[in-house]
Write a protein that binds this ligand. Sequence first.
Ligand SMILES: Nc1ncnc2c1ncn2[C@@H]1O[C@H](COP(=O)(O)OP(=O)(O)OP(=O)(O)O)[C@@H](O)[C@H]1O
Ligand SMILES: Nc1ncnc2c1ncn2[C@@H]1O[C@H](COP(=O)(O)OP(=O)(O)OP(=O)(O)O)[C@@H](O)[C@H]1O
Ligand SMILES: [Mg+2]
Ligand SMILES: [Mg+2]
Lengths: 254, 254
Amino acid sequence: AARIVAFVNQKGGVGKTTTAVNVAAALAKHGQRVCLVDLDPQGNATSASGVAPGGSGAYELLRGDAPLAECIAEAEEEGFWVVPAGPALAGAEVELVGMMARERRLAIGLEPGRERFDWMLIDCPPSLGLITINALTAADSVIIPVQCEYMALEGLSHVSETLELVRKNLNPAMRIFGVVLTMFDSRTRLSQQVVDEVRSHFEETAFETVIPRAVRLSEAPSYGQSIFRYEPNGRAAAAYDALGREILARAGVP
Amino acid sequence: AARIVAFVNQKGGVGKTTTAVNVAAALAKHGQRVCLVDLDPQGNATSASGVAPGGSGAYELLRGDAPLAECIAEAEEEGFWVVPAGPALAGAEVELVGMMARERRLAIGLEPGRERFDWMLIDCPPSLGLITINALTAADSVIIPVQCEYMALEGLSHVSETLELVRKNLNPAMRIFGVVLTMFDSRTRLSQQVVDEVRSHFEETAFETVIPRAVRLSEAPSYGQSIFRYEPNGRAAAAYDALGREILARAGVP
Ligand SMILES: Nc1ncnc2c1ncn2[C@@H]1O[C@H](COP(=O)(O)OP(=O)(O)OP(=O)(O)O)[C@@H](O)[C@H]1O
Ligand SMILES: Nc1ncnc2c1ncn2[C@@H]1O[C@H](COP(=O)(O)OP(=O)(O)OP(=O)(O)O)[C@@H](O)[C@H]1O
Ligand SMILES: [Mg+2]
Ligand SMILES: [Mg+2]
């Protein structure tokens, strides 16, 4: 049965989408059946995977207007499937407030995917509103990308508090799968300070792999490619491949 | 009477807070009376200005629980005032949905500031929900920070659509004060491509000043200082000073 993992951090621009897309590609490369769910109305994960928006997707899934099988599109070149985001999703946050079982709608919608996939990875928007709460209720665990910057540290306590609330009220099994440090710049002291700080707070869950700041990672989305297709032999692909292996090892997948 | 300007872009991590704080400091340096309003529950603008959270602030102002005079704190070292954000603000998004005049609550709360300040600058969270809609209803104009990255370009159409909706339904006078390019990295082709693309889309409103990527800008918030206190003679301070002058020139302030 599929493991469902949400990529969460309400701080903006920390590498949630970049990590969700490249982890999806890394796991697919290792033979896993992967579905990437794009819950961000900006649709960055959709376009970065080379999938054109259009047709049913995350919005229809949240509303229960269409089954999962009609809401997925294949990112053929990358070897994984995507539940695309579209502009209608921007309205979902307010629409959900008045709906029945408003926090559990994604959990219900993703249920059919449990047998079909090994992993369902959910890219979240930079907020802790109802769309993200839906992801936290549907997921078994979270991966928290943390940018190696001071402002990104400040937000970590908000993430932990929200996870605690979700665990108490909506999803008792929710746990932290791992914390991954992103955009590490070896030329600055600040980067190393953030790494040390995060490792001391998240001793057991911080991944060994640290993702370096690499301009190739920010170029790849403009071609709709994962780093494995854009620059397969570079250090960014090596880092996300190492992260993919760490994730598989933690999940006990040989 | 004060000009009210919102710093808006639902794409995360593009430099909204960094620009709002350093523009506030630049305008204060030029003798303007400035109030920075922190509408992001993360409170980055509050801490980056050296103001401790606590007491009344943006949440109380939105709810109408306290007048503006009780919701402001002075960033003495920087020479401007701050309406601080606190963790309670995270709940405001859902609380606002059921309130009377839910989009106009900030406009009402900031009214007394019109006579007291020359500028009221609003830092927004990375979303287009009710908190940001409140900022767009209260403001006369917006400044849109755009990071020199591909993914930041994708979101610009969402910003323009939202501004159009606000203009039609809530605030007919709303206009774009300017678009500022941030984190420009002269070593990458991508940065220049984004600059060219944005200048062609926002011909009249893009600022001449481009903010370079500079690690000092990401270090300053950890000391609660603007760039003018942290590294007054560097290129980042020079860039934000130039932006401050451009803003004053556009506003017709000698
Ligand atoms: N390791 C990296 N090195 C260089 N650039 C990166 C790296 N990771 C991400 N980026 C770039 O940084 C920007 C922010 O990353 P990304 O969009 O993945 O963050 P996010 O957390 O998903 O943002 P949002 O909060 O808006 O959803 C993007 O332009 C992306 O291309
Ligand atoms: N010109 C710059 N050069 C280098 N780093 C920068 C620059 N501008 C901002 N930063 C850093 O980049 C990160 C994102 O900037 P900032 O937090 O201001 O963006 P934001 O749009 O306010 O983010 P959010 O969407 O989370 O509110 C921060 O860690 C900040 O310190
Ligand atoms: Mg994203
Ligand atoms: Mg911010």
